[in-house]
Every structure is written in C-alpha cells, then in structure tokens.
Design a protein around this ligand. Structure first.
Ligand code: 5AD
Ligand code: SF4
Length: 465
C-alpha cells in the first residue's frame, strides 16, 4: 500500500493552486462536508482544514449527500468517540458506492494510532485519504496526490510543524478559538492524547498576539486560547515567556472582549496565573481546572502530580479574593479499581469547591496507555451509578449557586436566540453562566446588562436594563 512522503511531493502552496485549477473546470463549485468530533482543539483543526478547502475553491455543505469531498476529523479520547466514527463511516458506504468520485478523508487523533489506520485500510477500503492528527500542512498535498491517481493516500505521522500561513474558516463570527500550543507532555495514565498529538510545541507569542488583535479588530468578542495544558505554554520556546505573561500581553490589546482559556493543569497553575486572572480586565472570571478525582491515591495512579490539598489551596487563592469567581472541572469516574471510599472523596471535594459546572466522564480504557494494564474490579453498573450520584450532587450545587445571582445585574455577551423558548435571547456571563432574556435580535453580538429574576439548575433568566 503506498505510503505518503511529503518530501517527494510539491509544496502545499503549489498543490493548493493545482487543485484550484482542477476544480475550476467543474461546471458547478464542488462542495465539501467537514465534520470535527471531540474537543475544541479538534474543531480548531477542522477550521484550518476548511480554510485550505476554501482556498482550493470548494464550497461547503451541511449535507453529506451533496458533498464531493467528505472530511471526518476524529477524536480518540474515549472508545465511544471512536465507535461513533466507525458508525458514521458505515453509514456513508452507500454514498461512496453510488458515487465513486466522492473523496473520503479521515483525519484527527484516531488516525495516528497504527492499529486504527490498519483497521481502516482493511475494513473500510472505500476511505481515500488517511491523515494523522494536526497534519493540516499535508492536507493539500494528499488531495493533490489523490487527484493524480494515488487511490489510497496515508500519512499517519504526527505533524510537529506549526502552520502559521493557513487562514482558518471560522464557524462563528463572535467567538473564536485560538490554539496557542499543540501536544502534551504529561502522560496522565488514562489518556491517549500524548500518544496521538505528540510532544508540546508552543506558537510564537507574536503570532498569537497578532491573530488575537486581528480577531478583535474584526469584531470578535470572545477569544478562547487553546492547548492541552496552557500552563506549560512557552516552556519549549527559546525566549522566556510564561502563560501568565502571555495573558498579560493579550490583555493590553484595546477593545471590548473577553479572553478564556482551556485546559489548565492544576500541577502547573501558579500564583502568577491566579493573579493575572484576578487583575486583568479582559480575562473572564472563570477558570476550568480539571481535577479528575478527589482521592490522592487515585491522583497518584493517574500520574496527575498534585494532591487534593494543593488543588484546594489553588481554589482558595482565587475564591478568597473573589468569592464569585466561577470554577468548572473535569471528573473521571471509575478509574481502574476506584473504591467507594475514593469516590466519596471526589464527592467531598465537589462539595467543598462548589463548582459552577462539571464535565464528568466514565473511564474508557485506551490501549497503549499505562492504565489499560491496571486491574479493574469495579463493575460498569457501579460506575454508571457513581456518575448519577455525582450529577445529582452537582445539580443541587448549581441550583444553589444560581440562586445567589437573583436580583444582581450581570454583564452578558449575547450570543444568539434561545432554541428552547422562542423570542428569547441567550448569552453567557464572564463566569460562563448561561443566561436567557427577552430582547431584539439586534443585541446579538453585544455585551448587555441583565438583571437576574429567575434561577434554574442549568441557567438563569433576567431582564435587559
Ligand atoms: N476515559 C474517559 N475520559 C477521559 N478523559 C481523558 N481520557 C479519558 C479516558 N480514557 C477525559 C478527562 C479529560 C477530558 C478532556 O477527557 O477528564 O480532562
Ligand atoms: Fe491527557 Fe493529561 Fe495531557 Fe490532559 S494533561 S491531554 S488529560 S495527558
């Protein structure tokens, strides 16, 4: 099976222009369908792939049946994410049979795993292009090669080069994601990401600053800085710059906007980060600090490199200065041999921190990770029950947290119309709390002040003032 070697192919810019010429011969603009599964970093990669496609002359469709090129940008973090991709691939086999000219491309975290690439090659023979995670640089070359008769093109290397000359095609004109670094060095024992995304590499601060500046000038109101662990930003760069320093430089940009970031590993969340969060006016008063577990024994086996006590001291650092500061977290339930006592400790931690929201996941065994070899005697049904207990506790906390907003006036970035109650608008506070209110659609994209009159477990409601 031919493997792909970018060194023997023309440069990406040349390939883009060649594909463009090729496509211009079609009577109608060919359409691409691009779908990204998984996290916001994957979605940001998908926007870059779409940017390349646009430059090549593709139009876009939300309907796979209309597309002449389909790109699935996959996620490997949990088994059910992979199952969904295989299910989706099965469902479009017929499209490919009916239209052999349809190009089907698979990319993202799944494809970097050799056993998955092999499975695709064997059992999903109608896939045309398999491209490793972050390999956006090679995408144009792969398409060029395919159009020159390479029936199956595969490049499952992790692309460590950061492409600065690709303009992403953004899905949203109000909120933009800006990756500041790629990869992860942490090797939490349950996590596949370091294996499929490679080692940490940071973008140059000038590139990030200029992208953020241009987004703000173009009317974007919320920028989400992305990295697997933004707290290690800059450690691999020759010049000395830390993440809190980058945040302070971004905060100097004038305009009306909020900055958020994800994800922030507690082992590297420093007092400087907390100070920047409290002091910088453009930084949203919200910190997503994934704790994963409230048991020190489990944290150790997860290789998280912090203790519950250290984590709580970080929470205290921020809440002692600003009691309303919003905190959210990720919690992994049912890590191998998590005992009832370990789980109780997680519930205790959630009680203490009183998060504004939690994202909880049942542990999924990922082959190739250390934890995949750990014995696990906890039945799946018990894990599901633990998840329900955790969610019930968080619901109670959210109800109480939301009640404290009653009567207060909050600044909200209005981001659209409510899907649930027609005529209502929705928005988010600086703490990322969902707010509904009634008003004219002219307010969409603007910061507004809302007096809170109703509180629920998943949102609050109020009136424009
Ligand atoms: N199983 C379940 N959840 C996982 N996560 C990472 N790896 C796994 C896994 N193997 C969760 C963690 C992480 C979030 C993005 O996904 O909680 O913070
Ligand atoms: Fe995975 Fe841990 Fe890296 Fe996050 S910090 S991506 S959980 S290995």
């Amino acid at each position: 099976m031919p493997k792909f070697d970018s060194a023997n192919l023309p440069a990406p810019e040349f390939c883009i222009q060649e594909v463009r010429k090729w496509l211009s011969a079609y009577p109608q603009k060919p359409l691409a369908y691009v779908h990204s599964f998984g996290c916001q970093l994957n979605v940001a990669d998908g926007e870059k792939l779409s940017g390349i496609l646009k430059e090549m002359g593709y139009g876009f469709t939300q309907d796979v049946a209309e597309a002449s090129l389909i790109v699935y940008n996959t996620c490997a973090v949990r088994e059910n994410a992979e199952d969904r991709v295989f299910g989706t691939l099965g469902s479009i086999k017929k499209l490919k049979q009916d239209n052999p000219a349809l190009i089907l491309c698979l990319t993202g975290c799944m494809t970097t795993q050799p056993q998955i690439a092999e499975k695709i090659q064997k059992s999903y023979r109608y896939v045309d292009i398999v491209l490793g995670s972050s390999a956006v640089n090679h995408f144009a070359q792969m398409l060029w090669a395919h159009m020159h008769g390479l029936r199956y093109a595969q490049d499952i290397q992790i692309d460590t080069e950061i492409s600065e000359n690709i303009q992403p095609l953004r899905q949203n004109s109000l909120k933009a994601a800006v990756p500041i670094m790629y990869g992860c060095n942490n090797f939490c024992t349950y996590c596949i990401v370091p294996y499929v995304r490679g080692r940490e590499r940071s973008r140059q601060p000038e590139q990030i600053l200029s992208e953020v500046r241009s987004l703000i000038q173009n009317g974007y109101k919320e920028i989400m800085l992305l990295g697997q662990n933004v707290n290690s930003y800059g450690k691999d760069l020759p010049q000395k710059i830390s993440f809190p320093e980058l945040l302070r430089q971004i905060n100097e940009i004038s305009g009306e906007y909020w900055i958020r970031f994800m994800s922030s590993h507690p082992k590297d969340a420093t007092p400087e980060l907390m100070q920047a969060l409290l002091e910088c006016e453009h930084l949203a008063k919200h910190l997503h600090l994934p704790v994963q577990s409230g048991s020190n024994a489990i944290l150790k086996r997860m290789n998280r490199k912090y203790t519950v006590e250290k984590y709580l001291s970080q929470v205290e650092m921020i809440r002692s200065e600003n009691p309303d500061f919003s905190l959210t977290t990720d919690i992994l339930i049912g890590f191998p041999d998590e005992s009832e006592q370990d789980f109780q400790e997680t519930l205790d931690l959630v009680q203490k921190v009183r998060y504004d929201n939690i994202y909880s996941f049942i542990y999924s065994k990922r082959s190739g990770t250390k934890a995949a070899l750990f014995p696990d005697s906890t039945p799946e049904s018990e894990k599901v029950q633990r998840m329900q207990r955790l969610l019930a506790l968080q619901r109670e906390i959210s109800v109480e947290n939301h009640r404290k907003f009653l009567g207060k006036t909050l600044t909200v970035l209005c981001d659209g119309e409510s899907k649930k109650r027609s005529g209502n608008l929705t928005g988010r506070t600086s703490g990322n709390i969902l707010v509904e209110f009634s008003g004219s659609t002219d307010f969409i994209g603007k910061f507004v002040n809302i007096q809170i009159t109703e509180s629920h477990n998943n949102m609050i409601c109020g009136n424009l003032i």
